[in-house]
Design a protein around this ligand. Structure first.
Ligand code: ATP
Ligand code: MG
Length: 363
């Protein structure tokens, strides 16, 4: 049931946030520290929408549609494991919210092509994922689509990792430009004033998590699901230990003064919870006080397993139960469509495209 004109949900009782993940694999520690932990903190005070970007996964995985579907379901399990509560937060599929695709088309007209191609995250992805010259037309389009994912929900903030900040900047540009050309908002208006001045879209801010860029177990690249350098939320205690053991530091012996800014110590900082212990490890490592990398890795692995154990337990409740996941997604898609359809109707009105109202139903 989707009202086509602004309704009670536009007088937002709680500030709204939107963010999401692409099913190019399942979720890892980078997702937890960069974005999901923040989402769990915000879900009792904010109206939360968490999107599974399954259409965008086709940019690099079009020949693996079955894997995209499997990973979409697994990401929902990861969310539940990490503490996202589907009765509070809407978990939904991008492919089941048509307003997003329609807004993508409209927003594509507002962004110069060269501006899209200058997006540094897009450039990095082309390089790191070795996409060469063969990437699809849909690959740069996904960056435009992401502006629509976000703005369809008119959120105040977007909890993301550091790599997403350029996408957020593009989203902010689209919101400003839309409000200026279709809603008469002055180009001198402050971002915070756009809605008050009649703009359809708020200019949302990036809300970067405690660790904006967790390095992968290769010690070089950002931990990524598609780079074979990730410790996954669903990994077993043994796998966690084995992967931690692989982190390369180049240090030769426990008595060699070590670099406390290396990849291993990013994990110490992110996952050892006792600040006094972190300080002690750093002090001894820096002085080469008989503290081997193996010992530090072991201690981080223990801290990780302690953190992951309750998540594994919650995950087990949903394993093998696809029907429960589909129910959660149906409910989330219904809630997401209510807001996205409302936004689309507002945007179409503003752009003189509003002719009829429509109702969308899911079975
Ligand atoms: P892919 O390799 O397909 O790009 P990914 O591992 O980068 O996958 P995304 O789905 O692109 O994951 O990112 C989802 C969210 O998690 C984004 O907000 C992103 O910034 C955040 N994120 C992903 N990896 C990390 C990381 N290593 N550190 C901090 N945040 C991260
Ligand atoms: Mg990514």
């Amino acid at each position: 049931m989707t009202p086509a004109t602004p309704s009670s949900s536009s007088s937002q009782a709680r500030p709204r946030i939107l963010t999401g993940d692409t099913p190019t694999g399942t979720l890892h520690l980078g997702h937890w520290v960069g974005s999901v932990k923040r989402r769990v903190e915000l879900q009792s005070t904010h109206e939360c929408y968490f999107l599974i970007a399954n259409m965008h996964a086709f940019t690099t995985r079009a020949e693996q549609a079955g894997d995209i579907r499997r990973d979409s379901m697994e990401i929902v399990r990861d969310y539940l494991a990490m503490g996202i509560d589907p009765t509070q937060s809407a978990i939904f599929l991008q492919s089941e919210v048509p307003a997003i695709a329609e807004l993508t088309f409209l927003f594509a007209m507002l962004l110069p092509f060269n501006r899209v191609m200058r997006n540094p995250t897009l450039k990095d992805e082309i390089k790191i994922k070795a996409l060469g010259e063969t990437y699809s037309f849909g690959f740069p389009l996904y960056a435009v689509g992401q502006t629509a994912d976000i703005l369809a929900f008119r959120p105040v903030g977007v909890p993301v990792g550091e790599d997403q900040v350029p996408h957020l900047e593009m989203t902010r540009e689209v919101a400003r430009r839309f409000n200026q050309i279709f809603c008469g908002v002055s180009e001198h208006a402050e971002d915070a004033d756009h809605v008050r001045l009649g703009g359809t879209f708020p200019v949302p801010r990036a809300d970067v998590g405690a660790v904006g860029r967790l390095v992968g177990t290769d010690g070089v690249n950002k931990m990524s699901k598609s780079l074979n350098n990730a410790i996954f939320i669903a990994d077993s205690p043994k796998e966690v230990q084995k992967k931690m053991g692989k982190i390369f530091t180049g240090r030769q012996s426990p008595t060699e003064p070590g670099d406390i800014n290396n990849a291993l110590f990013q994990y110490v900082d992110a996952f050892i919870t006792d600040p006094a212990r972190v300080a002690e490890l750093k002090d001894r490592y820096a002085r080469g006080d008989n503290l081997g990398d193996g010992h530090v890795k072991q201690e981080v692995a223990e801290a990780l397993n302690k953190m992951l154990e309750p998540m594994r337990e919650r995950r087990r409740l949903y394993e093998g139960n696809d029907a429960a996941i589909i129910d959660i997604l149906r409910d989330g898609c219904q809630r997401a469509n209510r807001v996205a359809e409302e936004t689309l109707a507002m945007a179409k009105d503003a752009a003189k495209l509003g002719y009829f109202s429509r109702r969308l139903t899911l079975d």
